[in-house]
Design a protein around this ligand. Sequence first.
Ligand SMILES: Nc1nc2c(c(=O)[nH]1)N[C@H]1C(S)=C(S)[C@@H](COP(=O)(O)OP(=O)(O)OC[C@H]3O[C@@H](n4cnc5c(N)ncnc54)[C@H](O)[C@@H]3O)O[C@H]1N2
Ligand code: MOO
Length: 399
Amino acid sequence: MVTRREAVSLVETLREESLEGRKARRVSVTEACSGRVLAESVRAQRDDPTRSTATMDGYAFDATEAYPFEVVEFAVFPEDDPPTIEVDQAVRVATGAPIPERANAVLKKEEATVENGTLSGPEIEPGTYVYEQGSNVSAGEQLFEPGEQLAPRDAILLHDLGIESVSTCDPFDVGLVATGTEIHEGRSRDLDSPMLAALVRSWGHVPTVEGSAPDEYDRVVRAIEETAASHDVVMTTGGTSVGKKDHVIRALDSLGEVIFHRVRIRPGKPLAAARLPDHDAVAFAIPGKPVGAHTVASLVVRPFFTETDDIATIPATAAADVTVSVPGFEYAIPVRLRDGDAIPLGHATSELDVYGDTFDPSVLSSSTRATRADGFVLTEDGFEQGSTVDVTPHTVLEP
Ligand SMILES: Nc1nc2c(c(=O)[nH]1)N[C@H]1C(S)=C(S)[C@@H](COP(=O)(O)OP(=O)(O)OC[C@H]3O[C@@H](n4cnc5c(N)ncnc54)[C@H](O)[C@@H]3O)O[C@H]1N2
Ligand code: MOO
């Protein structure tokens, strides 16, 4: 059994290995910024801004010189080229207009006194009301690293620098296979695959629900093998535990190398990851119960797909005591957030009463209504009513 951190670090190594041999493709910045991973670094080809501009309407001049300045005839607007001025001259500028090479400051219009074409006013420092050339980005600067996953906000900087396309790795193709005779025969609905498909998509990759296999060793092996042959990643659900019909881990062992099985986190402990080198694929075996499946997919599998393993939290006040029964695990305790309080959902005092005071991940994990939580508290020891707890909102891990 490995800790969550150990598991995440192994998953990150898998990610690096998988990205290494990946085909790069140039795509438009617009397409790339919905979650594509960069294959190459991106450097600025030019300064930004390309020239120094005024940030206020007023007069531009060299502020290392003393008043008065002769105000030249014309005025400069954002669409204009800056004029050449002499050391004792100033020029009218509009907000956003380029300032002359010789100027280094702008005096606001309302502070300026102009009489007979001569400007005077208060002393100002060089740099006042000037957005300086290269102050946003200087030419040659590396702005994005290979492996970074681009987000919608990145389109602003890339487009501003005139970059229209970038080299990206193709997203991972993920084949989802639900194991379980009850699922295969339609006696129970497959709740995991659609949820996992949506998670994978939200992380910027391409899921396909491949179907199901009954709890028969040969059928499980075949389903994994067939899926690995046509996908980069196989994600199975169910069959990860120690029951007689739990074949997935043995199947992965026969097809490749199991990197870890069981993580010190609950719900979702029996998660496994494997390399399937014959098919140039990797596999994640996700435990069957949907809430546990969601928890470990978000906390441990996500760093394979996204560049980050950060788990941001916000503080809240625990609304009830929650104890844990078995030490040595991290427990993801679902909570609702209300006016700064974290109300443990599933606790006897909450609207969903499935576990009393002591957190029981096995029953919680069976309760599909626990998905109505706003987030979870990751804790090894539980918490006391009134104490401050760190809540990870679900939106942090499923954008
Ligand atoms: N004796 C022990 N039993 C169990 C242990 C243990 O250590 N000793 N571990 C428990 C833990 S923790 C978990 S988590 C589960 C893991 O279960 P499996 O991954 O083996 O899943 P199954 O046995 O196949 O199914 C469990 C449960 O989940 C339902 N399920 C499965 N797949 C789906 C799906 N795609 N959609 C909806 N529901 C699904 C399945 O019907 C079962 O009800 O094992 C504990 N047992
Ligand atoms: O890890 Mo399991 O989902 O605790 O029951």
